[in-house]
Design a protein around this ligand. Structure first.
Ligand code: F6R
Length: 242
C-alpha cells in the first residue's frame, strides 16, 4: 500500500486527480472504475478543470461505476447515474456509450448483476478503480459481512449507511433500501486501486483498514492484499495513524 498524506480535502482531491490524470495520459483508452459519494467530488472538479485547460482528453476513456441504488430512475437526482453526469460526464468529452453504471431500474437482480459483471469483464477489467470509504469500512456497497461477496450482487443497505445517506433525500423513508454493487472480487480484480479518504469521522475506520486484520467485517481491509493500492488521505483522516 502506498499512502499519500494530504493537508486537507482540496489537497487530497488534487493529489487523487493527478493519479487519475496520469492513468488517462499513459493509457488514453483506459478503463476507470468510478465512485460516487462526497469524497470524490473535488477530484472530479479538478479533472474537469484540467480537461477545460486542454490538459486531459476523455475521448477514448471507458468507465465502470461501482454501484447504483435499486429502484431509482436515471433522472432521479439521487441516482448514481445522475450524480456521475452532474459531477463529471457532462463536463468532459467522454462518450455516453463508454460509460457504464448498474441499471437501478432493472427489477430482476440476478439478470442485472450478471449483465454488469459481464460488462466489466468485456471491458477487459478495470485499469484504475477509484474508491471512497464508508464509515463501517464498506467499499462500493459491500457492507460488513461474514464473507466477501465476489461478483456484482444486490445488497440490503445497513442502517448506518441509510442513516449516512439520508442527508441527500427528503426523508429517511425515501432512501432506497437496496443497491446493486460490484463485488469485492470485481473490485480486487482492478489492476490499480485508488482509495480517497477525508475527514476526522473516517480516522478510526481508516486505521482499521490499514492496520487491522483483513476481515469481511471491515470490507476495505482486503485492500491490504491487493498488489497496487494507493491511499490518498488528508491529515484529519490520518489522525489516528500517528
Ligand atoms: C459510492 C460508494 C460508497 C462511498 C462511501 C463513502 O459509489 O461506493 O462506497 O464511496 O459510502 O461515501 P462518502 O464519500 O460520501 O463518504
Amino acid at each position: 500500500m502506498r499512502l499519500y498524506r494530504a493537508k486537507d480535502y482540496n489537497d487530497m482531491s488534487r493529489k487523487a486527480a493527478h493519479i487519475i490524470s496520469a492513468q488517462v495520459t499513459m493509457k488514453p483508452d483506459c478503463v476507470l472504475g468510478l465512485a460516487t459519494g462526497s469524497t470524490p467530488i473535488g477530484t472530479y472538479k479538478q479533472l474537469i478543470e484540467w480537461y477545460n485547460n486542454g490538459d486531459l482528453d476523455f475521448a477514448e476513456v471507458k468507465t465502470a461505476n461501482l454501484d447504483e441504488y435499486k429502484g431509482l430512475t436515471r433522472d432521479n437526482d439521487q441516482s448514481y447515474y445522475y450524480f456521475m453526469h452532474e459531477n463529471l460526464f457532462k463536463h468532459v468529452n467522454i462518450k455516453e456509450e463508454n460509460t457504464n453504471i448498474p441499471d437501478g431500474t432493472e427489477p430482476d437482480a440476478a439478470k442485472e448483476c450478471a449483465r454488469y459483471e459481464k460488462v466489466v469483464h468485456e471491458l477487459g477489467g478495470v485499469d484504475l478503480q477509484l474508491l471512497g470509504l464508508g464509515h463501517n469500512g464498506h467499499i462500493g456497497f459491500n457492507e460488513p459481512a461474514d464473507e466477501y461477496p465476489k461478483e456484482t450482487h444486490i445488497v440490503d443497505l445497513q442502517e448506518s449507511t441509510i442513516e449516512a445517506n439520508k442527508r441527500f433525500f427528503a426523508s429517511i423513508d425515501d432512501v432506497p433500501r437496496q443497491a446493486y454493487t460490484m463485488g469485492i472480487g470485481t473490485i480486487m480484480s482492478a489492476k490499480k486501486i485508488l482509495l480517497v479518504v477525508s475527514g476526522e469521522d473516517k480516522a478510526a475506520i481508516l486505521r482499521e483498514v490499514i492496520c487491522g486484520p483483513v476481515t469481511p467485517r471491515v470490507p476495505a481491509s482486503i485492500l491490504q492484499l491487493h498488489p497496487d493500492v494507493t491511499i490518498v488521505a488528508d491529515d484529519a483522516a490520518l489522525a489516528k495513524l500517528g
